[in-house]
Ligand binder design. Structure first.
Ligand SMILES: Cc1cc2nc3c(=O)[nH]c(=O)nc-3n(C[C@H](O)[C@H](O)[C@H](O)COP(=O)(O)OP(=O)(O)OC[C@H]3O[C@@H](n4cnc5c(N)ncnc54)[C@H](O)[C@@H]3O)c2cc1C
Length: 386
């Protein structure tokens, strides 16, 4: 079989590639699952499609050159043209007005089914190699030749590519983190917490928001964003958490002293309970090595200072990543691709979506990259001379 374009992977980026390619080109999308199936689980089933604040600082690479050509407004317009109306929540996250990802999935599929030039073959691609016609895509029991190939098979996609296509190893990202010392804290939320990531004692990234303790680690959007900044291999990585970021050190110290002064009946084990969850307070007091059953009035100024320091810098060693990742970091480096995401050593071979090394924060940024990269590659193909 011969096609003008083969798109390997029918997720968000593959679909936006297909929608951008002109109708005079024959297109085949290879995927063994229904097109756009993964969209159904995005945004907790609501599909957080993009974000009003499309700043490149939410990504690991400067993408301004790409967003100049396809950005939030283009995504909203594309969906509007497909009959999908969107809205932004208070934090700028954009969702379909139906608040259901299935409506996006269905409308995209109605459109794709209506395109005479686009065919979905429910098969996995095994390899891509050069051939006289352009590229040869090997399937389990078949071969397709094409002039142009777009690799859109997502993070951790398994595909044999021509030699010299560099692929950085895929590592889970946007995930919860495994940490030490969390026993008994499962389910405790702190909001806001100011969390900083330190790798080899150098501050890599920090963010304020809600965190959720788990028995074996820590979760929440802030932590997931932080996981994007954790190197794939690390020896010495820590989270430093300010559990009460709205209270500067001295204010907090005065508050603690006042609690003790006004409540001389309180024990050391009790006096923090109106400020911090009991189980977490108990961890803080253990770190401060105080006697739980003494009266709080026995705490010295130095000890109170120490307790405040621990609250403002509650430290956890990161021991790994928990496997609830939404994306993978790694993939084809952007420097190996031109401004249209075509490989510099392999003309007519494009890489889009999560298979490139681009990763974004929570908030619609990863789908936006899938839509942007897919559209740019698709349009570039239209503008190319045979
Ligand atoms: C639970 C969850 C929730 C998420 N929520 C959001 C959100 O709300 N907002 C947001 O911006 N991002 C979200 N993401 C991330 C987002 O889904 C991805 O960044 C995005 O889907 C990437 O698009 P893609 O097209 O590159 O890859 P994918 O959507 O992963 O699509 C790749 C496709 O390629 C197919 N494939 C793989 N290998 C082959 C092969 N060899 N041959 C043929 N086909 C192949 C796969 O079956 C798949 O359908 C979420 C992710 C998860 C897991």
């Amino acid at each position: 079989m011969k096609k003008d374009v083969v798109i390997i992977g029918g997720g968000a980026s593959g679909i936006f590639s297909a929608l951008s390619i002109s109708s005079d080109k024959s297109v085949c999308i290879l995927d063994n699952v229904p097109l756009g199936k993964k969209l159904l689980v995005t945004g907790n089933g609501r599909a957080n499609l993009t974000n009003k604040d499309l700043n490149t600082r939410f990504y690991n690479r400067d993408l301004s050159n790409f967003f100049d050509r396809f950005n939030t407004q283009d995504t909203i317009k594309t969906f509007k043209d497909l009959g999908i109306v969107t809205y932004a929540d208070e934090e700028g996250r954009i969702y379909p007005i139906t608040n259901t990802a299935s409506s996006v999935y269905e409308m995209l599929n109605y459109k794709l089914e209506s395109l005479d030039n686009v065919e979905h073959i429910r098969k996995i691609a095994k390899s891509v190699s050069l051939c006289e016609y352009g590229y040869k895509i090997e399937l389990e029991d078949d071969v397709i030749e094409c002039k142009v190939c777009i690799v859109a098979c997502g993070g951790n996609g398994k595909l044999q590519l021509p030699n010299n296509v560099r692929i950085n190893e895929f590592t889970p990202a946007l995930c919860s983190l495994q940490t030490t010392e969390n026993n008994g804290l499962n389910g405790i939320r702190v909001n806001p917490a100011h969390v900083s990531l330190l790798v080899d004692d150098i501050m890599e990234y920090s963010e304020i928001g809600e965190i959720l303790f788990k028995d074996n680690g820590i979760s929440g959007i802030v932590i997931m964003n932080i996981s994007n900044h954790l190197p794939s291999q690390f020896q010495n990585a820590k989270l430093s958490i300010d559990l009460l970021p709205n209270y500067p050190h001295n204010d907090l110290k005065s508050i603690l002293k006042q609690i003790i002064q006004n409540n001389k009946h309180l024990l050391v084990s009790q006096f923090l309970n109106g400020l911090i969850h009991k189980a977490l307070a108990s961890k803080i007091l253990s770190k401060a090595k105080v006697k739980f059953n003494d009266k709080a009035t026995t705490l010295t100024d130095t000890k109170i200072n120490q307790i405040v320091n621990i609250i403002k810098n509650y430290t956890l060693d990161i021991t790994g990543r928990l496997n609830n990742n939404q994306i993978y970091m790694g993939g084809v480096p952007l420097e190996d691709l031109n401004e249209n995401l075509e490989h510099k050593n392999y003309p007519n071979l494009y890489f889009v979506g999560e298979f490139t090394e681009v990763i974004g924060h929570c908030g619609g940024y990863n789908l936006q990259w899938a839509f942007t990269s897919g559209s740019i590659a698709g349009k570039a193909i239209n503008n190319k001379k045979d």
